[in-house]
Design a protein around this ligand. Structure first.
Ligand SMILES: [Zn+2]
Length: 484
């Protein structure tokens, strides 16, 4: 009996746990990727965030993640969608520009320039659709564009002058994604974008009460998203990843601060430039007129102690921001706290991003929860190029060429990155037979426990009675006979 019991105890836990939690990723769970623009990795430290805390207990929290350089919205979001560094995907700035006509389009209008986005790199929506999945995107940068004649299947692009901070609108957007798209239309993968705490971080600074209020709003929204998933019966087959494109750093103000104004630097002149992207925070790009590259470069080199200037081919390789033909020949960036101005310091933001991605203030947060993720797991930092292969694995699609690796995130998964074999695979069938057998044996064992307990109980009652009657010897003999 002991032998049988030992075998059963070995088999039983497997038969109980196997159907509930796979040791491999089946790629059948839905996936929601959410970006809260400008949510710095440590924004939950000075604000009560019960819903984000609960999400960390129920899932995975990374210490922080490293965005690609340039740490601004459109380029960094396209890295999330493609797993490629910015010099490889070519969405190099929030601003579209033409150096010949000197035309520029700001962030919103750039969303509609198809060939700016459709530049040889496919975002995950299109790849997933080509592999038979249904996808959607709400307000995520890149949503409006057409890629190789295809758009994301379900999409909502915000109207011009949209208020990215309105909490009521946020809830409506969540309802649309969860109820209409995931529940009713049964979409497999959706990306969802929110424009705060970026706005409050710029306007009031990352250490302001307004930014802390925005984080509370994010937290309430995360709670609402998970509550809605639960109510709609989605949470047991939906993974949710929450992250951001970059962080935020306080801009130094006051008389003590020596502002970076290019026309204050001796030898620099606008007349030497064919085109420039100046007054966009801490980063700038210049196209000097023909034959004047060295003149402009040498004038600016050493022009301000907090200004870094590079010919594009000399940009530090770790930044992955030098190879793309769209990048202009001279790239400038400022140290944290500084912005780069052309004629005059006109930039009034109290918070900025766009700095070196090694600067801790530029690091976003990362949380994940769902059936494929471990619970209550804190992991170390990783680069956001790795989120793309993770997402492809979760939804069971073959990724395009990318700069990330599943190896950098698979420790967050219950499967440790293993993909399940298909249902008719012999190995899988054998596993099913084993699980079935284990269940039968388990049932027999249960029946045995119940029957012997009942017999024991009966016997005990009888035994007590028989003792009273003085038949003790006879009953002991009987008990041996009924045992194994
Ligand atoms: Zn911003």
């Amino acid at each position: 009996m002991l032998l049988a019991l030992s075998i059963l105890l070995l088999v039983f836990p497997a038969s109980l746990s196997a159907p509930a939690r796979d040791r491999c990723t089946r790629g059948r769970n839905k996936l929601l990727l959410i970006s809260f623009d400008g949510f710095r990795w440590d924004y939950d430290r000075d604000v009560d965030t019960p819903n984000l805390d609960k999400m960390a207990v129920d899932g995975v929290k990374a210490a922080y993640v490293t965005p690609p350089y340039l740490t601004i919205t459109s380029p960094s979001h396209f890295t999330l969608l493609s797993g490629r560094y910015i010099e490889n995907h070519g969405v190099i700035h929030n601003v579209w520009f033409n150096t010949t006509t000197r035309q520029r389009k700001e962030y919103y209008m750039t969303q509609f320039v198809d060939d700016y986005w459709d530049n040889g790199t496919l975002p995950i929506w299109i790849t997933a659709q080509r592999q038979g999945l249904k996808t959607g995107s709400l307000h995520f940068p890149g949503t409006a564009a057409t890629y190789q004649n295809e758009t994301v299947q379900e999409r909502e692009v915000e109207p011009r002058a949209y208020d990215y901070t309105n909490e009521t609108a946020w809830k409506e957007n969540v309802d649309k994604v969860m109820k209409d798209w995931f529940k009713e239309q049964d979409l497999d993968f959706v990306t969802l974008y929110f424009g705060d705490p970026d706005e409050s971080g710029h306007k009031h600074g990352p250490d302001s009460p307004e930014r802390r209020e925005a984080v509370k709003k994010v937290d309430r929204t995360v709670g609402y998203i998970r509550e809605t998933a639960e109510k709609l019966g989605l949470s047991d087959h939906m993974n949710i990843i929450i992250t951001a494109d970059h962080g935020m750093s306080t801009v130094f103000k006051g008389d003590q601060v020596k502002e970076i104004v290019l026309t204050d630097i001796p030898g620099f002149s606008y007349k030497d430039l064919q085109f420039h992207l100046l007054d966009y925070g801490p980063t700038a790009m210049l196209l000097p007129k023909e034959g004047l590259l060295d003149k402009v470069y040498n004038a600016l080199k050493g022009g301000h102690p907090n200004l870094h200037i590079y010919k594009k081919e000399d940009m530090p390789a770790r930044l992955h921001y030098s190879k793309h033909p769209r990048l202009l020949p001279i790239i400038l960036y400022a140290d944290p706290g500084y912005v780069i101005s052309g004629f005059y310091p006109l930039q009034n933001n109290k918070g900025e991003h766009g700095y070196d991605n090694e600067v801790m203030d530029m690091k976003p947060f990362f949380r994940a929860v769902g059936p494929d993720f471990h619970k209550n797991l804190l992991v170390g930092p990783f680069e956001t190029v790795n989120i793309y292969p993770l997402m492809c694995h979760l939804i069971g699609i073959k990724p395009e060429i990318n700069d990330g690796s599943l190896e950098n995130t698979q420790h967050m998964l219950i499967s440790n990155g293993e993909t399940c074999d298909s249902g008719d695979d012999p190995k899988s069938s054998l596993q099913n037979v084993f699980i079935g057998l284990a269940a039968v044996v388990g049932f027999v064992f249960l029946a045995f426990v119940v029957v012997t307990s009942y017999n024991g109980y009966k016997k005990h009652k009888l035994y007590s009675k028989e003792i009273e009657k003085g038949y003790e010897d006879e009953m002991q003999g009987d008990s041996k006979q009924t045992s194994f």
